[in-house]
Design a protein around this ligand. Structure first.
Ligand code: FES
Length: 579
């Protein structure tokens, strides 16, 4: 679709600076107060750089430098850059969980764009929730946007051993609990596992979400794979700055880019990379903001036919994001699966995805596998249904021991994380390898915010016997760097009365992965009696953001967006009045 080019008079920002009256006087005089002359910004696209930097966001610690590259590009292309801080939502320090604040970031971005004289935006994010938060808000705001991924950090290293974000923390923690490593070794792992700026360098949620954004056509081609510490990342920053200015003149808005085909491309790429289970929640939320219907069943269907070809941990066995970049990065991976993609989709380059993939080459086919030699033929994600999860639940078959694909065992149920944590350290806890460990009240409202508790710790009694996996079920999410036989995102969640709330310790639970079923083998009459006796837990919040969150957040199967932020909730407010 060809859209008329913008002219200086039709720029969105022009409304703030013309006609020559008291309103525009106020805006112009304040620009002068900021040190800018008319010539700095007049008739130029004003580009907001929404920067999610904070001194407590280790993944974005290079953003104060990187934003200079972006500004350089914007100025070179004839635009006027304005940096605007956005909620940082870092993954490590934000409690109880960063997910509680994804929608806050999305709201902030939408309102910040619409209430200011911005013609286009560069979104600087990368740490898990910043990608969907920034993109969701910018989709709704509707101005041209380009996403600048923070880039993965370098490989971790300790004592000559390569360390992967998250995954090796869990692994070495279990060894520490088993008494197999010393304090000095533990401290060495702590110091070596995150040794540069950038996001987690496994195919965790950060790398999954930036890859999804890349595959959707919202980044410069392959931008998501460039390590934060690589000088190519600086050059990509300047390229983003140059390109967004042209996108404004071309009026290349997100609604043109985020089509059904683009969302499907993103979902296929997610499956081929062995994505984080968090991709399900965020991709559904992003797609719905763009008016594209995407369901759990769509994702399950794609999971069944898409081979996992990125040999990147935790789903892959051997490599990390730095290796993935050297092997050709996301463009090379997408070239391998080009036949499954809609290559006609338009991207931020103004060209199609097919154009962007021209010349992409795989340099190491053990990292990015050919279709004839995938890491797994299928199985990045599977969606389960049954009397425990009528609205769905998610499991990552590729990251768990296949012996759990068909499993039946007695439930051991906990209502709170602290209760579970205390119990699992008891070496006399009555558990066997068949036990199904269950945590409830960890969903969007119960958590609150659906924290990443879903990789429930293996009871010490089993650890001591040498076991490192067991079937676990919760309405929580899990970190993209986690692994194991973990059923997640049970919907509806137990806190609002989903059937998980009716499960009791000792009930037999059955997982049938091939049949995509998860059931408790409890007679219907007994479940009805338990339903009649069930009382809702006490509300978590009496005021503030938490209260608002609880009133409006949706369930996992629909992306956990707020009802009133969704596209079909009501008409958009439109451009602000300027009096
Ligand atoms: Fe920021 Fe993992 S903590 S990406």
């Amino acid at each position: 679709m060809t859209r008329p080019r913008k002219t200086p008079e039709t720029l969105r920002s022009a409304r703030w600076f013309a006609p020559d009256d008291l309103r525009s006087f106020g805006h112009r005089s304040r620009m002068m107060q900021l040190g800018y002359s008319d010539a700095d910004y007049r008739d130029r696209p004003i580009i907001g750089i929404l920067n999610t930097w904070s001194e407590l966001n280790a993944c974005h610690s290079h953003f104060p430098e990187r934003v200079k590259d972006v500004k350089r590009g914007i100025l070179q292309a004839g635009g006027f850059p304005v940096e605007m801080p956005s909620l940082s939502v870092d993954e490590s320090f934000t409690k109880p969980t960063s997910m509680l604040y994804r929608n806050m970031l999305a709201m902030e971005v939408e309102e910040n764009i619409l209430s200011h004289p911005l013609d286009g935006v560069v979104l600087m994010g990368g740490c898990d929730k910043t990608t969907p938060g920034l993109v969701m808000g910018a989709i709704t705001a509707g101005v041209p946007m380009i996403y600048l991924p923070a880039g993965p950090m370098l490989r971790g290293n300790y004592a000559g051993r390569v360390l992967g974000s998250g995954s090796d923390a869990w692994k070495y923690w279990d060894e520490r609990r088993a008494g197999n490593i010393t304090d000095a070794e533990w401290s060495g792992v702590e110091g070596g596992i995150a040794r540069s700026a950038g996001t987690c360098m496994t195919m965790g949620t950060a790398s999954t979400m930036t890859a999804i954004t890349d595959a959707m056509g919202l980044t410069l081609p392959g931008a998501s794979s460039i390590p934060a510490a690589d000088s190519g990342h600086q050059r990509m920053g300047a390229d983003c700055g140059r390109r967004i200015v042209d996108m404004v003149w071309e009026d290349l808005t997100p609604e043109v880019i985020i089509t059904q085909g683009a969302v499907r491309n993103a979902a296929i790429v997610a499956m081929a990379t062995g994505c984080s289970t968090n991709a399900v929640v965020h991709l559904i939320a992003m797609a719905r903001r763009a008016g594209v219907a995407l369901t759990l069943d769509d994702l399950d269907a794609l999971g069944r036919i898409t081979p996992l070809i990125a040999n990147v941990r935790p789903s892959g066995k051997d490599y990390l994001m730095e290796d993935f970049y050297y092997a050709g990065g996301l463009r090379a991976l997408m070239k391998q699966i080009e036949g499954s993609l809609d290559t006609s989709c338009l991207t931020v380059t103004g060209k199609t995805m097919g154009d962007n993939l021209e010349g992409a080459v795989v340099y190491n086919d053990d990292v990015i596998r050919p279709l004839s030699n995938p890491v797994y033929k299928e199985g990045s994600l599977a969606v389960l249904r049954g009397n425990l999860c009528p609205d769905g639940a998610v499991i990552k078959p590729a990251a768990c021991d296949p012996k759990y694909y068909q499993h039946q065992g007695p439930a051991l149920v906990f209502d709170s994380y602290p209760d579970m944590k205390a119990a699992i350290e008891d070496e006399d806890l009555a558990v066997t390898p068949d036990t199904v460990l269950v945590l409830r009240n960890a969903g969007p409202q119960g958590g609150p915010g659906m924290p990443e508790w879903g990789m429930l710790p293996i009871p010490k009694a089993l650890i001591k016997q040498g076991h490192r996996d067991m079937l676990r079920i919760s309405d929580a999410r899990m970190s993209g760097t986690s692994y194991g036989a973990c059923v997640l995102h049970v919907a509806p969640e137990s806190f609002v009365g989903g059937p998980l709330a009716l499960l009791q310790t000792g009930d037999i639970v059955r997982l049938d992965l091939e049949g995509r079923r998860l059931d408790m083998l409890v007679p219907d009459a007994e479940l009805a009696a338990r339903r009649a006796a069930w009382t809702p837990p006490e509300r978590r919040f009496e005021r503030g953001w938490g209260w608002m969150y609880s009133q409006h957040v949706g369930q996992a199967d629909t992306g956990c967006d707020f009802d009133y932020l969704q596209r079909d909730f009501g008409a958009a407010a439109g451009e602000p009045d300027i009096f």
